[in-house]
Design a protein around this ligand. Structure first.
Ligand code: ADP
Length: 305
């Protein structure tokens, strides 16, 4: 089972023929409003792969909180996974063009009101998990509290520091697995980590990260795949699967879910990474994220094809 320190937002997207300019009104060809957010997407992608999920998610007191509550019921999550805060539920708006390019803005709302005390109240449930995962759509305090609770029981932790902000040393020190995309890798000063070809070598910045408590660093590179760095092991490049991508929203969350599923099944890292890449690729085949995450069976069939 995985415990997710969650973020949850209502993600609205409008399909447009091109991204709008400042001051411009465009007609869109399709509109979609669905529950999303990196934490929720990760939870959902794990559930679709058959992994048990628990976690803590914060919603506000507007109409979107009822949408989230009914979605939780629909996907089989207990309402105990939701805490209620004053103000607005997290929400975002995106424009997506025919090439799948998008621009978006997210207001995290109630997600920002999640506290360390909220998380500590979930300690007995968190301690029943094999791994605790978080993204940077949650504030530092609850992530730090959850990771400290996890590491005190030697439960592994996974951090996806997206959207990027500097990683607090107290969080980094409690992180077992760090998954970043190319933008985040650059922001963290990891340098040549984003070179997927030629002789792969960990940079001094990566060596420093791995010299601490971190066991595994993964840099995802979109259609160029992903690179894994471990202590005292050669970096490993996993190619992306070639697919006709429609919309890459959720690919990073799906990748993390595929990775976690592989690692919890005690697969070798190479196999877990292949599953992660396949899970990411399959998610790009559909508009939006909610309906895009593959089942374990679809994933296995895709990898073996
Ligand atoms: P994020 O969505 O967090 O920015 P990436 O874009 O790096 O993350 O995507 C995460 C993973 O999903 C990649 O490492 C890759 O395996 C898969 N992926 C993403 N985009 C594509 C694509 N266009 N084709 C195939 N696989 C993709």
């Amino acid at each position: 089972q995985v415990f997710v320190v969650g973020s949850v937002v209502v993600a609205c997207s409008v399909k447009v023929t091109r991204l709008p300019l400042a001051g411009e009104s465009l007609s869109g060809s399709a509109f979609l409003a669905e529950p999303g957010g990196k934490g929720f997407n990760l939870a959902l992608a794990l559930s679709r792969l058959g992994i048990g999920v628990d976690g803590i998610f914060s919603v506000g007191e507007d109409m979107f909180s009822s949408l989230i509550s009914s979605t939780f019921a629909q996907v089989g999550y207990t309402s105990e996974m939701l805490v209620h805060r004053e103000g607005s539920t997290g929400a975002g708006v995106a424009f997506v063009d025919p090439a799948g390019e998008n621009c978006l803005a997210v207001c995290l709302g109630a997600n920002n009101a999640l506290t360390a005390a909220d998380v500590r109240a979930f300690a007995p449930r968190l301690h029943r998990s094999d791994l605790v995962a978080a993204t940077f759509e949650s504030p530092d305090a609850p992530i730090e509290a959850a990771f400290a609770l996890a590491r005190a029981r030697e439960i592994k932790t996974l951090l996806n520091p997206s959207p990027y902000r500097p990683i607090a040393p107290s969080i980094l020190a409690q992180t077992s697995i760090l998954v970043v995309n190319a933008v985040e890798a650059n922001a963290l000063g990891l340098g040549a980590a984003s070179q997927s070809d030629g002789a792969l070598q960990a940079t001094p910045a990566i060596e420093r990260l791995l010299g601490g408590g971190l066991e595994l660093l993964i840099v995802t590179l979109g259609s160029r795949g992903a690179v894994a760095f471990r202590k005292q092991a050669r970096p490993f490049h996993q190619s992306a699967f070639e697919v006709a991508a429609v919309d890459t929203v959720g690919a990073g969350d799906a990748f993390s879910a595929g990775l976690i599923a592989g690692l919890l099944a005690d697969k070798p890292l190479e196999d877990a990474l292949q599953g992660a890449a396949a899970c990411g690729a399959l998610t790009t085949l559909h508009f939006g994220a909610f309906g895009s995450f593959p089942s374990a069976r679809t994933l296995a069939a895709f990898v073996e094809r």
